[in-house]
Design a protein around this ligand. Structure first.
Ligand code: F6P
Length: 320
């Protein structure tokens, strides 16, 4: 193998740049050339590539986002798109591709492998942490801490004005982020798509809490757990309390990666290059119980990752 490619796809995550840097420098250490694909799979289809040398990844270890840029690409979901992407890899003499992203990114990589027969290695990076086969993903720890930083400040004003705040965090499909943020924040309620909730019961418990001396509450809600604005209106109507909504939005995807996200980015990137050198065909790197592991790429996106229900139960007990 002489030349490998690297692409970041889907939503960006803090620490993607760390993984790019690690891939480039590990590859060069082993005598490989690296081609960077720009703008995710859209760039791969359109042939937007650039050579990545050791200096092209200087000064990026602390930067959120991705220097290669990324895209939500519809075309890669079509057979034509897959064929065009495969053509770019062949024209550019790329003999193995490292794809950095989430489940959608890996699904496309798997199809690309079938069509091109080129090796594909996945590096999990998403603030949603919804990738099977790895305990955590690059960027997740950063997003948890970013949301926590924001909600700590919301807590101050909530306490002062004796208000209820509903804070919507990202997670269109899954509640991993909301669950960890909620537990770490000591939120009174955590609403996630995986667990049904009864609004009447929440209002009843809010009123009971006030009778027992609580004066303000934080409700952490995942984007995918319902309509936060209408939830606020319903709580207002039922309880008569002062309720406000904060939607944290895309700020959760930016900012410098935490140490944990950086260490993971370094380890995952280096391991992905090693796998290509060892002749791996279609794998993902991951971390399980603190150890860097290799899992089948298809497992990562085909199998639904379960949330840790014990965290949810613990948060419930501790919020009383
Ligand atoms: O990256 C994943 C994610 O952050 C989801 O949690 C969120 O719902 C979605 O991306 C938002 O995507 P976009 O920026 O494309 O609107």
């Amino acid at each position: 193998m002489r030349r490998i490619g690297v692409v970041t796809a889907g939503g960006d995550a803090p620490g993607m740049n760390v993984a790019i840097r690690s891939i480039v420098r590990t590859a060069i250490f082993h005598g490989l050339e690296v081609t960077g694909i720009e703008r995710g799979y859209a760039g791969l289809i359109e042939g937007q590539v650039r050579h990545l040398g050791p200096r092209s990844v200087s000064g990026i270890i602390n930067l959120g986002g991705t220097i290669l840029k990324t895209a939500r690409c519809e075309a890669i979901k079509t057979y034509q798109g897959i064929l065009k992407a495969g053509d770019t890899l062949k024209t550019q003499k790329i003999e193995g591709l490292i794809v950095i992203g989430g489940d959608g990114t890996f699904r496309a990589a798997s199809e690309l492998h079938e069509a091109s027969e080129l090796p594909m290695i996945g590096v999990p990076a998403t603030i949603d942490n919804d990738v099977s086969g790895t305990d955590t993903t690059i960027g997740f720890d950063t997003a948890v801490n970013t949301a926590l930083f924001a909600i700590d400040r919301i807590r101050d004003t909530a306490t002062s004005l004796e208000r209820i705040f509903v804070v919507e965090v990202m997670g269109r499909e899954r509640g991993f982020l909301a669950l960890e943020v909620g537990l770490a924040e000591g939120a009174e309620f955590i609403l996630i798509p995986e667990i049904e909730y009864d609004l009447k019961d929440i209002c009843r418990r809010l009123k009971e809490g006030r009778r027992k001396g609580k004066t303000s509450e934080i409700i952490v809600m995942a984007e995918g757990a319902g309509n936060s604005a209408s939830l606020v209106e319903q709580i207002k109507r039922d309880t008569g309390y002062d309720v406000r909504l904060t939607v944290l939005g895309h700020m959760q995807r930016g900012g410098p990666p935490t140490a944990r996200s950086r260490i993971l980015g370094n380890q995952f990137g280096a391991k992905a290059v090693e796998l290509l050198l060892e002749g791996a065909k279609k794998d993902m790197v991951g971390v399980q119980g603190g150890r860097i592991v290799t899992v089948d790429l298809d497992y990562a996106w085909k199998v639904r990752k379960e949330i840790d229900i014990s965290l949810y139960r613990l948060a419930e007990i501790l919020s009383s």
